[in-house]
Ligand binder design. Structure first.
Ligand SMILES: *[C@@H]1O[C@H](CO)[C@@H](O)[C@H](O)[C@H]1NC(C)=O
Ligand SMILES: *[C@@H]1O[C@H](CO)[C@@H](O)[C@H](O)[C@H]1NC(C)=O
Length: 816
């Protein structure tokens, strides 16, 4: 009742807030360049929207002096007042929502915050490409709105698509996980969402980072350190140690997400990394930048350094003897923009000393200026997306998507005796325990924005109303206003809660609060422990030292489970995997739910899953290793493949065969799905290109070079029937693995496709899957050459197995 009367006021309040906000926004920011009221620039060719962009860029570069050019090579590019061009800050971030981590974006005024989606590892667990793209679209709406309000740039250095190679990596949470194909599809989808699909035009420009083989922060005192450059770029780290990466691992692991980001996602930028690969800093390596990214993959965009990485390889890695050489090496290698001051300080002198030609500088500027023109920055006041303003940030639809993303990303790891979902009738009083049980900021992980506190009041009212409505009508949730919903608040919508911290913080150094927690579990119908990690354990600059729950968390969980009157449920927040073997094996711990870092609405999503208004469908995007795995495993050993003679276990499900706590792809549902293959070929002929004779193929072994096959659209089409034989509607992810014919270079299995389908209870759906033979069924030999092994490839989909024989087609077959 109270809510019925409150609601009109709530609505009015929301309207008032958005109205006053939008009226403050006024007519938008002044144009970055080509202001029509500016007589000096009127009629200049680079301002002519009707001319092709390459012509406009050429015109502009022709008008710049060398000194002006050098000052455009850095993230805070200088203004060129005589040409009516303002300064531009290139560095903004939007990993999972517009973020204020970079200096190009700030919150305040009409824009107190932005929608904060789950951390990427959680969103990846949804295995839903539609969702990934939808999040990108919302983030770019909010980004454009903030740009229009003068609070953000248009160039965002996201996503992070390095492979989550070692479970200890502090930034693994930022990535889509350990599988190169998942990471590549995530990259392409998110980038499409961010950049829009308006031809060559860009809504915002994304950047796939950090190329390449960068996935270590600070392990065992390995040569990494804070780099405090002359200017304050101290937030990032660097290590002067080179990483050794084989051509084979480069081609079939490290390169894959970046290649897909550039070729399939058409990303407008790639960022090179701090580290050296095989003795050369990535940002000074022409093989990596010019030859691979721009030459082979045809990047249509700019290459940017990680923040101050050019300065780092000069000052810290002593890669060159003078700063001018360092600047020249970067630009000649294909770097277009320096996040940091270095190129602005030393490029001009590098040209004057003859180490670099002005043409090289021009080429770099062509790449950055073209992106700025594609964004519309030189189109004067007629800005695309000019209608977006404060009302488009944290809008109800955006918040709903943040909640939806969290729901889709949660992974049910264990559900003994189907104790979940809980019932709001039988489990009316719930003990909610643990250092993560009432957290907010923890839920958004790193590289996050900040949901505005302004909206918190609205949220609270809404929350109370949801609770009332739920109990009266047993309906699902109402949307939450932009702001956080902690697990305690989320569970509070369904049940009466008794809250106990259990541990003072994540470190959980003592047992002072244990007894109170244990007592509460004795009084409740069910006990929910929300445990795990936060940024004090895993973060940028911070790798983990072990895989177990920190401090005495495990002890608390076991003691509470022992005492609990009702079922005990363990909810884990973390980016990386946790060795929870104790909980997996403890029959008193009925269920385990992994929430990753579920974003601003995480607590609501957790409650929805626990109480069954959402049927979980997430799958682990990385292997959960036991603690033993990391014993004697240096993070610095980059090899993906195992080496039994050296007792090297190998990395990720593709190469590691040892015991796991939970495997890649694990995730349960409240319903049950049955897969059957409806149709699939048993033989696929691989035609060889015209210059080859089949005879040569059989002689040179049993794997044809991909470049010798007529790949085209050659694919393996499989139809799978997915039947929901349970009693609840649900979403099912088909993970299609292939096991290539045995051979020393092949992974023992690899994901070749995945597809998510929603299947109502009692119904069946046919799903078509196309596996590209050359791209997906090939393996990489020791020299980094991609080959298609002839013979039997075993396709695994859940429990079903299907064998397909690849056969090289002879010339005769090709002709016929
Ligand atoms: C077989 O391969 C070699 C090396 O690739 C090539 O030189 C030769 O012409 C090929 N032979 C035939 C019969 O095609
Ligand atoms: C994928 O995500 C979209 C966007 O949230 C959603 O509409 C769709 O139902 C999801 N697909 C499945 C199969 O769950």
């Amino acid at each position: 009742m109270a809510c019925d009367t409150l609601f009109p006021y709530l609505l009015l309040l929301s309207l008032l807030i958005s109205f006053s906000a939008s009226s403050l926004a006024g007519a938008g920011r002044a144009p970055f360049a080509c202001d029509q009221n500016d007589a000096t620039t009127k009629g200049l060719p680079f301002c002519q929207v009707s001319l092709p962009i390459p012509e406009r860029v050429k015109d502009l570069i022709g008008k710049l002096t060398l000194q002006e050019k050098a000052k455009l090579l850095i993230n805070n590019a200088a203004a060129v007042p005589r040409l009516g061009i303002k300064g531009y800050e290139w560095w903004s971030e939007a990993l999972h929502g517009v973020s204020n981590v970079g200096p190009g974006t700030e919150f305040g005024g009409d824009f107190p915050g932005a929608t904060s989606f789950p951390q990427v590892i959680t969103t990846a667990s949804s295995f839903n490409e539609t969702l990934w793209e939808a999040i990108g679209r919302v983030v770019s709406d909010e980004a454009r709105a903030m740009y229009n309000g003068g609070m953000a740039g248009l160039t965002f250095w996201s996503p992070n698509v390095n492979i989550f190679r070692d479970p200890r990596w502090g930034r693994g949470q930022e990535t889509p996980g350990e599988d190169p194909v998942v990471a590549g599809k995530y990259a392409a989808s998110y980038v499409r969402g961010l950049q829009g699909t308006d031809g060559d035009r860009l809504k915002v420009a994304a950047s796939c980072k950090h190329f390449t083989a960068y996935d270590l922060e600070n392990w065992n005192g390995v040569d990494r350190f804070h780099f405090n450059a002359e200017v304050s770029f101290s937030m990032e780290l660097s290590h002067s140690e080179t990483v050794h990466v084989s051509k084979q691992d480069m081609e079939d692991t490290f390169d894959v997400p970046f290649r897909m980001c550039v070729k399939d996602g058409n990303v407008a930028s790639v960022m090179c990394s701090y580290n050296q690969v095989n003795g050369v800093p990535t940002c000074a390596d022409p093989n990596i930048l010019k030859k691979t990214i721009r030459g082979q993959w045809r990047l249509n965009g700019y290459i940017v350094s990680d923040c101050d990485s050019v300065g780092v390889y000069y000052n810290a890695q002593h890669y060159t003897s003078t700063p001018e050489e360092a600047a020249a090496d970067a630009i000649k290698a294909g770097l277009d923009l320096d996040c940091g001051p270095f190129l602005g300080l030393h490029s001009e002198d590098a040209v004057k000393r003859g180490l670099l030609s002005e043409v090289d500088v021009n080429n770099a500027l062509v790449n950055t200026l073209t992106v700025q023109m594609r964004l519309g920055l030189f189109d004067g006041p007629a800005q695309p997306y000019g209608n977006l303003g404060p009302k488009d940030v944290c809008s109800p639809a955006h918040q709903e998507l943040a909640l939806e993303a969290a729901r889709q990303g949660l992974v049910l790891l264990k559900n003994h005796g189907s104790v979940l979902p809980l019932s709001h009738i039988r489990h009316r009083t719930v003990a909610v325990i643990g250092p993560n049980s009432d957290v907010t900021v923890t839920m958004i992980g790193n590289y996050a924005g900040k949901p505005p506190s302004l909206f918190f009041f609205l949220f609270l009212l809404n929350h109370i109303c949801s609770l009332v409505l739920y109990n009266f009508f047993a309906v699902g949730q109402l949307g939450v206003a932009c702001g956080y919903t902690s697990p305690l608040q989320g569970i509070g919508i369904y049940a009466k809660t008794i809250h106990q911290q259990g541990c003072e913080d994540i470190a959980c150094g003592d047992d002072k609060l244990f007894n109170a927690a244990i007592d509460s579990s004795r009084q409740a119908d069910a006990t929910i422990l929300v445990m795990g990690l936060d940024q004090s354990i895993e973060a940028e600059a911070r790798d983990r030292t072990g895989l177990l729950l920190p401090g005495r968390q495990q002890e608390l969980v076991s003691k509470v489970a022992m005492a609990s009157r009702g079922p005990t449920i363990l909810v884990l927040m973390s980016g990386g995997p946790i060795d929870v073997t104790f909980a997996k094996n403890d029959p008193r711990i009925a269920a385990i739910l992994w929430a990753g870092y579920p974003g601003q609405a995480g607590g609501a999503a957790i409650a929805d899953v626990l109480y069954g208004t959402t049927n979980p469908g997430g799958k682990l995007p990385m292997t959960w290793y036991p603690q033993d795995y990391i014993t004697n495993l240096p993070m610095t050993n980059m090899a993906m493949r195992s080496s039994p003679s050296k007792r090297y276990p190998g990395r990720t499900y593709r190469f590691y065969k040892g015991p796991v706590v939970y495997p890649f792809g694990h995730g349960m549902s409240y319903t049950h799905f049955l897969n059957t293959i409806a149709t699939a070929p048993t033989v696929v002929a691989v035609p060889l290109d015209g210059h080859r004779r089949a005879g040569n193929v059989t002689v040179s072994g049993k794997a044809i070079k991909v470049t010798h096959a007529r790949c085209g659209r050659l694919s393996l089409g499989i139809q799978v029937d997915v039947k929901n034989v349970g009693s609840k509607d649900g979403s099912h992810t088909l993970l299609i693995f292939s096991k290539p014919p045995a051979g020393h270079w092949a992974p023992h299995k690899q994901l070749v496709a995945f597809k998510k389908v929603h299947v109502p209870a009692g119904t069946q759906q046919r799903v078509g899957i196309n596996i590209h033979v050359c791209k997906s069924l090939s393996v990489v030999d020791r020299s980094g050459i991609r080959r298609i092994p002839m013979g039997d490839h075993n396709i695994h989909i859940g429990d079903i197995k299907h064998s397909v024989s690849l056969q090289a087609a002879t010339l005769g077959v090709i002709k016929s």
